[in-house]
Design a protein around this ligand. Structure first.
Ligand code: GSH
Length: 244
């Protein structure tokens, strides 16, 4: 149900193809964890979507006209524009209620959003370590451990959504996918043993998540993440890594 998930990234000089009426489009960046939340959501809900990959360093004018924040993800359909990953997720549930990922019950719904807030420290810790220098790497590792301790203690069932995967799982997974690859991105930090030994529940959870069809549709190979971050560090990210 994805058209163009691995299409070549469009640059400012590229024309934006027209969007047919009734079709939904996702403006994406192939290595963005927030855009991956939207990809997971489309896959989980089995909603067809046309994907346009956007250069985020050199942004096309047509993109800034749609999303003044210039960030991905953004979705477009019937002339409507929606952005911010959590807003996009809830919107998709609202327009396709039969496949709603968020629970209907107000308390359970609120609880899923609280979990996302409590798990959000993972992304900050990930980006901190991605850029860590000799001076602050110890603090960065302590930060990640604290975030993962919280994630381990909040995992009281198979998924953050309960017996089956839910909203919180879709929103947190993209960052966990990258934390798992961090030892390969930053081998100098010697993080290889971090996840396996101290976090048995999270380790089992990651394996369980990887079996979900929506995660299989969205996940990127570890070596592509590594190559992407290597290019990102140079200030010239290669958005087309892995496209054959
Ligand atoms: N709060 C936003 C969301 O949840 O959608 C964050 C999205 C975000 O930061 N996306 C990054 C982006 O578009 C790529 S991973 N960066 C481009 C920019 O900030 O100019």
């Amino acid at each position: 149900n994805f058209h163009g998930l691995n299409s070549i990234t469009l640059n400012p000089d590229d024309e934006l193809p027209p969007l047919a009426s009734g079709k939904i489009r996702l403006y994406n960046m192939r290595f963005c964890p927030y855009a991956e939340r939207a990809v997971l959501y489309f896959a989980k809900k089995n909603v067809s979507v046309e994907v346009i990959n956007v250069n985020l360093v050199d942004k096309p004018k047509w993109y800034l006209e749609r999303n003044p924040l210039g960030k991905v993800p953004t979705i477009e359909h019937d002339g409507k524009i929606i952005y911010e990953s959590a807003v996009v997720a809830e919107y998709l549930d609202d327009i396709f209620p039969d496949s709603s990922v968020l629970p209907k019950d107000p308390y359970l719904r609120a609880h899923q959003k609280i979990l996302v807030e409590r798990l959000s420290a993972i992304s900050g810790a990930f980006y901190g370590l991605l850029r860590a220098t000799a001076d602050n790497q110890e603090a960065g590792i302590a930060n990640l451990k604290k975030a993962l301790d919280t994630a381990e203690s909040l995992l009281t069932d198979n998924f953050y959504g309960g017996k089956s995967s839910g909203y919180a799982d879709m929103l947190v997974w993209p960052h966990l996918e990258r934390v798992e690859v961090l030892p390969l991105i930053r081998p100098d930090l010697h993080l290889d043993k971090l996840l396996g030994t101290d976090y048995p529940k999270l380790t089992a959870y990651i394996a369980r998540m990887k079996e979900l069809p929506e995660v299989k549709a969205a996940i990127r190979p570890a070596e592509h993440h590594v190559q992407f971050f290597d290019s990102y560090k140079t200030g010239k990210p290669d958005y087309n890594i892995g496209i054959t």
